[in-house]
Each structure stands twice: as structure tokens, then as C-alpha cells.
Design a protein around this ligand. Structure first.
Ligand SMILES: *Cc1c(COP(=O)(O)O)cnc(C)c1O
Length: 361
């Protein structure tokens, strides 16, 4: 009989991080107002704090990253406009087609030809719309970036490279939206302030509910005028909240622990190193996401789940995400359980010939 395991270790996503006592206390004691009627002071404080962290003029709380991205797309695009984005970004593959169905945008994916998650500036230039489009030519009006790039394994686009991309976008007359759901992770891993990654963008969305423990919330930032218009669209979509201060209070606690994301990155390195020793083809994580290329992802997920380890699938790969609610010893436990399960027959059979394995070198 298999030994029972101590408990399930959930590495499906950093969204599973739950509000702790300190956060719940802050929520319980939040000063609130009616944020739709006039203003909620705690919400206003959160928005000012994020705008300042990102070095942008204004910011607006949103119920989710998906809604923040949608509102940005609705403001940047007219129906039938095309937008460029690196292949497999969340906006294209994980938001149920809202960029097209609700914002009217036509996606044009860019190859990751500068590295994982990163298109070359030359690739943006190659599809640069002509200055005076002919009457029958497509209007390409927006470049969407994602930093870190989730499906590419939490991959960072360094600030200089991101600046090159935004510069080319500007020269081509494109606006730029940055999906920074995990911008904090990129900044912490680079040892830079988050504002180092917002130069040249028109709008950016950041998540409070990924890795930082807030139960809900993202923030969309940009110019004063952009945020004024974003507030109207948020209201239109039903995203206006009344006593939002209760939620913003959680966000303020979340912001206070951005630096602690460094631990998640170290845990991801440990996990990847351990998996590597067990013969798994894994990426070298830049942040908190470990990808493994296995022949049959759903069956690997099922086998892992049977030994109390929850993982997920992304872009055809197996994904483990480390976060604050998984302890250092739980990382060791994951490796021990995987080892045991492989020894007990029917291995999860990494595909040694995979591209990922070769890239790792
Ligand atoms: C999670 C995520 C989002 C969406 O955030 P939700 O709050 O889950 O809607 C957007 N972009 C990226 C890259 C994400 O990982």
C-alpha cells in the first residue's frame, strides 16, 4: 500500500495564494467609501501607490487582470484593428477571445525570435504598417507585451530590450500595452524597481492576486486621460465596486511583500534543479515558473496528482508555479514524492529529445 502523503502541494498557479491573518485584519479595518458614487479612500491610496511604483500618472483598480487587459484593449483598439503580441500571451490564449469578441481586435502573433517570450524589434518593424495606409490595408495599431511571459516559463524581457520594442512600436505609430500580471516578479528577479519596466508603454496592468496573496484585484495604469476613460469602460462592464476599500486594503498589504517574491524564485530554482537531477527536461527558471516537456501532459498531471502534487498545463507543457503558500520543505517533498512515484513503476517519462531539453544544454 502507498504511504499516505502529508497533504496536497498545490503548484498549479501562484493565484492559489490565500490572504493571511495580517491581510484579513487589514481588510477588516479598512476605511471605506462608495467608490462608484464619489470615492473610497483606501482604493484611492492603493491606486496612488501603484501609479507611483510604476512611475505612471494614474492607476485604476480592477476586479481581475482579464478585465484590466480587456479595458485597455477596448481603449486602444477600434473594431477591426490588428494588434501584435508575442505568441501565446495570456491576452491571446487565456482570455476567451475577449480581445476579438469584445474589443474588436485582430491578433497577429509574433515569434519568440529573441528568446523565450521575446520577439525581436526587427520582427515588429517587419510588420510595421505603412505611414499612409491604403484604403484596403489593415490597421495595425497596438503592440501588447507580457513581462514576465507566462507560457514561456515566467520569462523576463530585460528593460533595454523592452525599450527597443517600444521604440520601434512608436516609430511605427503603434500604442503599447504591457500585461504585467507578473511584472513584480520580473523587477525582483532583475533587482530593479518596477518602474524600470514601464518606460515607453501607454498602459500596464499588474496583478495583486498572483503570488502576493490578495484574494482579488489588478491595477491598470496609464495617463490621467487613459485612466479617466478606463473608469468609464470598467463601469460599462460592470466592474465598478462600492466599498472597494476592503479589497484595496488587501492590495496594499500585497504590495508590501513584493520583495518576498525572491523566495518564490529560489524555490523554483531548487525545484528545477531537483527535477533536472531526476532526468526531467526543465527550463532554467528566471522567476517562479518551472516548465517540463513531457510526452503526455494530462497523464503526467494525473500521476502527479495521485502522489499529492498539483501541476497544470500551459502551451503543451507541464507547469509548476512556486509561491508563498508552498514552504521550502514542501519543495523537497515534491521532489521526494516524484522520485518515489518514478521508482514505484510507470515513470512520468520525460522526453529527452525535447527542444526544451536541448535548449537547456
Ligand atoms: C493571470 C494572468 C492574467 C489575468 O489575471 P486574472 O486576474 O486571473 O484575470 C493576465 N495576464 C497574465 C500574463 C496572467 O498570468
Amino acid at each position: 500500500m502507498e504511504k499516505p502523503h502529508a497533504g496536497t502541494i498545490d503548484l498549479r498557479s501562484d493565484t492559489v495564494t490565500a490572504p493571511d491573518r495580517r491581510m484579513r485584519d487589514a481588510m477588516a479595518h479598512a476605511v471605506v467609501g462608495d467608490n462608484v458614487l464619489d470615492a473610497d479612500p483606501t482604493m484611492a491610496e492603493l491606486e496612488r501607490t501603484v501609479a507611483s511604483l510604476l512611475d505612471l500618472p494614474a492607476a485604476l483598480w480592477m476586479p481581475s487582470g482579464t478585465m484590466a487587459n480587456l479595458v485597455a484593449m477596448m481603449l486602444h483598439l477600434r473594431r477591426g484593428d490588428a494588434f501584435l503580441a508575442p505568441r501565446d500571451v495570456h491576452i491571446m490564449v487565456d482570455e476567451l477571445g475577449t480581445a476579438a469578441s469584445l474589443a474588436g481586435g485582430m491578433p497577429m502573433p509574433l515569434a519568440h525570435d529573441a528568446g523565450p517570450g521575446r520577439p525581436l524589434p526587427a520582427s515588429v518593424r517587419a510588420v510595421c504598417p505603412p505611414r499612409r495606409a491604403d484604403y484596403n490595408e489593415l490597421d495595425i495599431t497596438l503592440l501588447c507585451l507580457e513581462n514576465t511571459h507566462n507560457a514561456a516559463g515566467g520569462a523576463i524581457t530585460p528593460p533595454a530590450e523592452q525599450k527597443d520594442l517600444t521604440n520601434v512600436a512608436r516609430e511605427c505609430g503603434l500604442r503599447v500595452h504591457l500585461d504585467g500580471a507578473r511584472l513584480w516578479n520580473a523587477a525582483v528577479a532583475l533587482g530593479l524597481p518596477p518602474a524600470a519596466l514601464t518606460g515607453g508603454v501607454d498602459s500596464v496592468q499588474v496583478c495583486l492576486s498572483k503570488g502576493l496573496g490578495a484574494p482579488v484585484g489588478s491595477v491598470l495604469a496609464g495617463s490621467e486621460d487613459f485612466v479617466r476613460r478606463a473608469r468609464r469602460i470598467r463601469q460599462m462592464l460592470g466592474g465598478g465596486v462600492r466599498q472597494g476599500g476592503v479589497l484595496a486594503a488587501a492590495g496594499l498589504v500585497a504590495l508590501d511583500r513584493i520583495d518576498q517574491l525572491a523566495d518564490d524564485h529560489e524555490k523554483a530554482r531548487q525545484l528545477a534543479a531537483g527535477l533536472g537531477e531526476l532526468g526531467w527536461p526543465v527550463n532554467e527558471p528566471e522567476t517562479n515558473i518551472v516548465l517540463a516537456e513531457v510526452p503526455d501532459v494530462p497523464s503526467a498531471i494525473a500521476r502527479l496528482s495521485a502522489c499529492g502534487v498539483l501541476a497544470s498545463e500551459i502551451a503543451g507543457r507541464l507547469r509548476f508555479v512556486t509561491h508563498r503558500d508552498v514552504s521550502w520543505s514542501a519543495v523537497d517533498d515534491v521532489l521526494a514524492r516524484i522520485k518515489t512515484s518514478q521508482l514505484s513503476g510507470g515513470s512520468i517519462a520525460p522526453d529527452r529529445k525535447s527542444k526544451l531539453y536541448q535548449v537547456k544544454g
